[in-house]
Design a protein around this ligand. Structure first.
Ligand code: NAI
Length: 212
């Protein structure tokens, strides 16, 4: 069967569907109509139907969606049952916060190594993992084959480090470094995260709302 290509905007909505369906499950709700789900999520019912049609529909006329089943399907699409090895580089304020507060396991990932070039913090630990020196990165990657790197380092260091990491087998970056990585290898996926962009979106929406 041909592999279906799902558009990026739909993919970006999937984690939110997954989260809401998890809440419904915890409330012991077995099924839900697209209209009810839309109301809860602040979307339109037709948007939801269109999104779910991208990967087969699976709603039934007059029945709605089976919550557990739908969550499982979306979870599989998102790969929540994978155990992708993740390393984090830069165990400063942000790196430590991410290592301690992001539930990697729930998202199909496992944080297996933390690295920093500051000798003063090497050997201490964060999220129950020892902070390792950058000199041990090569060996660690050869032994443990992590696929994803979380970059929490200053932006000046990001591009060069990313290239080194790609040569060590990393093919996914969760990049917080405030530098949009330039990666030409089509097999490497980059997710640049700028919390400030989200704040700007909020500020814009508030101004627009005030002016309307
Ligand atoms: P920090 O100074 O507390 O931590 C940075 C850590 O990276 C330090 O422990 C340092 O020793 C280490 N480091 C520096 N160069 C390195 C290298 N080449 N290899 C390995 N480790 C290296 O800074 P903080 O607050 O944790 O921020 C980290 C980065 O994240 C900064 O670039 C900051 O601008 C950015 N940031 C991005 C946000 C976003 O939304 N994307 C939000 C907040 C910060």
């Amino acid at each position: 069967m041909a592999k279906q290509v799902i558009s990026t905007p739909v993919i970006r909505r999937l984690p939110r569907y997954y989260r809401f369906l998890g809440e419904l499950e915890r409330e012991h709700i077995e099924r839900i109509s697209s209209r009810e789900l839309a109301m809860r999520m602040g979307l339109s019912a037709s948007q939801i139907r269109q999104d779910f049609n991208c990967f087969g529909g699976f709603g039934q006329q007059g029945y709605g969606y089976h919550v557990k089943e739908l969550r499982e399907i979306i979870g599989n699409i998102l790969g929540v049952h994978c155990k992708t090895g993740v390393i984090l580089i830069g165990a400063g304020n942000l790196g430590k916060a991410i290592a301690s507060h992001v539930d990697f396991r729930k998202r199909g990932c496992e944080l297996i190594g933390v690295f920093d070039n500051n000798p003063l913090i090497q050997g201490t630990s964060t999220a129950d993992l020892p902070i390792m020196p950058m000199e041990s990165l090569d060996n660690f990657c050869k032994q443990h084959h992590p696929q994803v790197a979380v970059l929490c380092i200053p932006k000046d260091a990001a591009q060069q480090l990313a290239e080194q990491l790609i040569s060590l087998g990393i093919n996914g970056f969760w990049n917080f470094s405030h530098f949009d990585l330039r990666i030409t290898n089509p097999d490497v996926i980059v997710e640049n995260v700028h919390l400030g962009d989200s704040l700007l979106t909020l500020a814009y929406c508030m101004h627009r709302h005030e002016n309307e």
